[in-house]
Unconditional design. Structure first.
Length: 131
């Protein structure tokens, strides 16, 4: 029974209020989970706030928007033929840089999907190579 009580004690979510005050000696702003040692010093209590589900939903939707932009870049590059590659290298370079920056950001945010994205664009790279 003691072990269960200890387990529940340590498994409880841990959070603490944060104290903020200005140090009168240095003029710097101090933050601590403990109030200042001097009881005369006014400290503002910043209460703990748990993260909201909306933040997680926004991150997921921004990932979906990034994936949509990446797919549009893939389709734009896929529409190019070898004659387009030979004719306008500057525009192609810019489109490839856009594609690459989107891919890198997606790989950073969603590493599990990196292999899938690489497989989807393998044929695209082959189609852009001059023959």
């Amino acid at each position: 029974m003691r072990a269960l009580a200890l387990l529940l004690l340590f498994a409880a979510p841990v959070h603490a209020d944060l104290y903020r005050w200005v140090d009168p000696d240095s003029g710097s702003v101090k933050f601590s989970t403990l109030p200042p040692e001097n009881p005369q010093q006014h400290a503002e209590v910043l209460p703990y706030r748990a993260p909201k589900q909306a933040a997680f939903a926004a991150a997921a939707s921004s990932l979906a928007a990034l994936e949509t932009r990446w797919r549009a870049a893939v389709l734009q590059l896929a529409a190019k033929g070898p004659q387009d590659v030979a004719r306008d290298r500057g525009a192609l370079r810019q489109e490839l840089e856009t594609y690459e920056s989107l891919r890198a950001e997606l790989d950073r945010r969603d590493p599990a999907g990196a292999q899938r994205r690489a497989a989807e664009t393998g044929a695209l790279v082959e189609g852009l190579r001059p023959r």
